[in-house]
Design a protein around this ligand. Structure first.
Ligand code: EPU
Length: 420
């Protein structure tokens, strides 16, 4: 087991490169099952969730050849259609394998997926099951495993009761090889969905409308080989921008797409953070005084729930009162209890809203990372804090941020990984 030890009070400087998007890569790996030819993926982040996803596709029988930041996957010889609970418990994205398996082999068996504990109870998968059933599949539950069977998948129409990122991606992928036309309505519009559609279209799929609320998929008989470069991680980009603002640092964030985090950038501008953007960079300038500003998390292009916890830390340093309203997940504000232990002045109104009275000095503490995004927020808090902060359960952070200790240390932070 490892933990991170952070010596607070050091500013960041220089430049940091953004890695490939976790939430794009986690869909492109299972999408490779739709083709019997070789798929090459570049700009792959070296993170735990990707390792688990590759472990799963290898378990199913695919050939996986890994290089630095790259992987070649050939799924021609896949000979299993079950997703083992051991892997499914670790990543929610294991659910993304179900549609492609059903589409190619007419069956898939899987347990309820795991991942971050950020919603009330178990994160639901009803949109997935409803969609598969509408395409003609049957679904039974036996010994804790869902069992999907289908002789043939047919085009269908589906209206998402609320926009779901993985729900949209899953039904979109599964419809690629279905017979006839599928129309998905009230879809999520995240850039990762558009990237997945572009990738599948390059292989021969016929998808239009990805990135808008209505996606149309005209079924094709097969899809071919593909070479794909993962888009930059917009959440990592936004996290570094917030980290630089919170630590009052000059930091050049490179290899990113600022257009994917417009909602955050518009707010950084309002709260007095100085920065300039280019097509693939954001140059943050040290800003001494941060103003408070309320946020409401929202589906893309609104303020991403995945940036809520870093932003909450930033607001502890703002000059005044701010309200954070988390609308997507019920448990994503619970980590603020740890900020309070560090000295922040935060009132929880209900599970979805906290009020932050800033600015407050933070003090180093021993903390445990409850989930991926709260984990990186703890790191930001540790960088601001006086004294030493120790963070346990860093598997949660390694799930989504590549070598975060080394990358932050190379731009001036004092972050050390130690064995416990
Ligand atoms: N929902 C349902 N039924 C479903 C699926 C979702 O009711 O079948 C609900 C959820 O309970 C939630 C809402 O729909 O209230 C939105 O959830 P969504 O399905 O969009 O979330 P997700 O697809 O499971 C993805 C990302 C999350 C990110 C959210 C929101 C991946 C692998 N995960 O999750 O990323 O927070 O979209 O943008 O793409 C993270 O990276 O830390 C992370 C949690």
């Amino acid at each position: 087991m490892e933990k991170l030890v952070i010596e607070g009070g050091h500013k960041l400087h220089g430049e940091i490169n953004v890695c490939g998007s976790k939430n794009a890569a986690l869909k492109i790996i299972p999408a490779s099952i739709l083709s019997k030819e070789t798929i090459v993926i570049n700009n792959l982040p070296a993170i735990e969730d990707i390792d688990r996803s590759l472990e799963l596709i290898e378990y199913l029988g695919a050939k996986v050849v890994k290089g630095k930041g790259t992987v070649e996957i050939t799924t021609k010889d896949i000979n299993k259609t079950d997703i083992p609970p051991k892997i499914a418990n670790k990543i929610r994205a294991s659910i993304m394998f179900v549609g492609p398996l059903l589409s190619r082999f007419g069956e898939a068996n899987f347990p309820h997926p795991g991942g971050c504990v950020i919603g009330a109870g178990i994160r639901p998968i009803d949109f997935f099951i409803e969609g598969f059933e509408k395409m003609g599949a049957s679904c039974k539950i036996k010994d804790g495993m869902y069992q999907l069977r289908a002789k043939e998948l047919l085009g269908f129409e589906y209206f998402f009761a609320k926009p779901s990122v993985t729900g949209t991606e899953s039904l979109m992928m599964t419809a690629v090889l279905a017979v006839g036309i599928t129309i998905l309505k009230n879809c999520a519009m995240e850039p990762e969905i558009q990237a997945l559609a572009e990738y599948l279209n390059r292989q021969g799929a016929n998808i239009s409308g990805a990135g808008t609320p209505t996606i149309t998929i005209k079924g094709v008989a097969s899809v071919g080989a593909g070479k794909f470069k993962i888009i930059p991680d917009r959440i990592e980009t936004g996290t570094f921008a917030i980290m630089a603002a919170a630590t009052k640092s000059n930091l050049l964030i490179k290899g990113c797409l600022p257009e994917h985090i417009e909602s955050l950038l518009s707010i950084l501008e309002r709260i007095g953070v100085n920065f300039v953007t280019g097509p693939d960079y954001i140059d943050i300038k040290a800003s001494e005084k941060i103003k408070p500003y309320d946020i409401i998390t929202h589906e893309y292009p609104g303020f991403p729930t995945d940036l809520q916890s870093p932003y909450t830390v930033l607001m502890t340093q703002a000059n005044g009162t701010s309200l954070i309203h988390e609308t997507i997940y019920d448990r994503r504000l619970l980590f603020t209890d740890m900020l309070t232990q560090m000295g922040a002045n935060i009132t929880m109104c209900d599970p979805h809203r906290v009020v932050i009275y800033g600015p407050t000095k933070l003090y180093g503490r021993k903390l445990t990372s409850p989930d991926l995004r709260a984990g990186i927020a703890m790191i930001i808090a540790g960088l601001i804090a006086e004294g030493e902060t120790q963070i346990d359960n860093i598997y949660q952070i390694d799930r989504g941020y590549e070598a975060i200790d080394q990358r932050l240390s190379s731009c001036g932070a004092k972050v050390t990984r130690v064995n416990i």
